[in-house]
Design a protein around this ligand. Structure first.
Ligand SMILES: NC(=O)c1ccc[n+]([C@@H]2O[C@H](COP(=O)([O-])OP(=O)(O)OC[C@H]3O[C@@H](n4cnc5c(N)ncnc54)[C@H](O)[C@@H]3O)[C@@H](O)[C@H]2O)c1
Length: 358
């Protein structure tokens, strides 16, 4: 195993400068390389972190850094697919920001390229690293809930100003350390794909798939409301899984400034139920036999810097891929892709299989 690796961060905007770059520069085993097609964004990030390996394309970065082993893609949603494909085509492991892609066909193609080349795709979701989530997953994997039959995923979050194209409105509460997101990153469907679905529901749905193995969507019906935005703000989906389980998925981005909201997944199985909230850290399990377990809310900090450290361990130590693109990444995109198509047809059921023929 090598002792050191060069890793590129592609897209040096808000999330890269808040989470990935500060995390990587602290790691003595990593040489950080920056890539952004916008020279001004590149310079801002480079100056802030004192990084001199900076390029406006991955090709140029590879020319000057032939020892690159992996890349983190943190560009707006519609650009994920092309950027991810270029990373994999060049034989690099990929840490992909959420959602993996906008369309299921694209996500499947990335999975196939990675498989063919023996590369890992790690998804950038931070919540699963929280203690509460790890404890919950252990209970499910130990079989305490039995077969999962019914799930609710509910996520409310402070995003409406992003969706309106006014990210500066959150500066006082979010205190962007280097820069906030671009004005159009989450508000213009040509750049963002959708709104709350691609920006936030991707978290709660991926949590469901991470917690409950064996689930994969078969059919999705969805309604969405844009309020005063060009993209969805309030969403309600109904999902039938391939194994017969059913789920509801709901979300709104319209909560008050400074409100942490909720990211709840409530699993109901043949032997009991388990509720987790990633924001408060609450965990409650009640089995049919009367056994009860409760973890009080701890309000854990957001583990935004953990995914990139996990990525380093995968590259340098052969560490386990905790959140693979092949399952959690792809299955989440299937739900979102089907939901957007359903909502565009007033809630008509959309079969996941149709996403691959369209
Ligand atoms: N995991 C989390 O909790 C979390 C939080 C926030 C954002 N994100 C994700 O991070 C990603 C980036 O979001 P952001 O808010 O940082 O966006 P942003 O608008 O702040 O930055 C995006 C950057 O990507 C650059 N870019 C665009 N297309 C590019 C391309 N093809 N090649 C190279 N650079 C390109 C832009 O110039 C810009 O500097 C999104 O996928 C978002 O969902 C994740």
């Amino acid at each position: 195993m090598s002792t050191k690796a060069a890793i590129a961060v592609i897209g040096t905007g808000w999330w890269a400068t808040q989470a990935h770059i500060p995390s990587l520069v602290k790691n003595p085993r990593v040489d950080v390389v920056l890539v952004d097609k916008n020279p001004a964004a590149l310079k801002t990030a480079a100056d802030n972190f004192g990084i001199d390996r900076c390029y406006t394309s991955l090709g140029e970065a590879l020319q000057h850094n032939p020892n690159l082993k992996g890349a983190i893609v943190a560009v707006p949603h519609r650009a994920h697919y092309e950027a991810g494909k270029e990373v994999l085509a060049n034989g690099l492991h990929l840490l992909m920001e959420k959602p993996m892609t906008v369309y299921a066909k694209e996500a499947k193609e990335l999975v196939e390229i990675a498989d063919a080349k023996g590369l890992q795709i790690l998804m950038g979701y931070p919540y699963p690293y929280l203690e509460t989530l790890r404890e919950a997953r252990k209970r499910v994997y130990d079989g305490l809930l039995g077969d999962i039959e019914y799930v609710t995923c509910s996520m409310t979050s402070m995003t409406i100003e992003f969706l309106r194209g006014r990210p500066e409105a959150y500066q006082p509460v979010m205190g962007y350390p280097v820069t906030g997101p671009g004005k159009n990153t989450y508000s213009d469907p040509k750049i963002s794909g959708g709104g709350q679905g691609h920006l936030q529901i991707t978290h709660s749905v991926s949590m469901m798939f991470h917690l409950a193995p064996g689930l994969r969507a078969q059919t999705v019906c969805a309604f969405m409301s844009n309020l005063d935005c060009k993209v969805d703000v309030c969403d309600a989906f109904a999902v039938r899984m391939a194994n017969g389980a059913v789920a509801t998925v709901g979300s709104t981005g319209n909560i008050g400034k400074g409100d942490g909201g909720i990211v709840e997944v409530h699993l109901h199985g043949s032997k009991g139920r388990l509720l987790v909230d990633a924001i408060s850290g609450l965990f409650h399990m009640r089995l049919h036999n009367g056994t009860e377990e409760h973890l009080a809310p701890t309000n854990p900090p957001y583990p935004g810097e953990v995914p990139s450290q996990q990525f380093v361990e995968i590259i340098l130590d052969g560490g386990r891929n905790f959140l693979p693109g092949k399952t959690v990444g792809l299955y989440t995109v299937e739900v979102l892709d089907a939901a957007y198509r359903s909502a565009a047809q007033e809630g008509m059921p959309v079969k996941v299989s149709s996403l691959y023929s369209a």
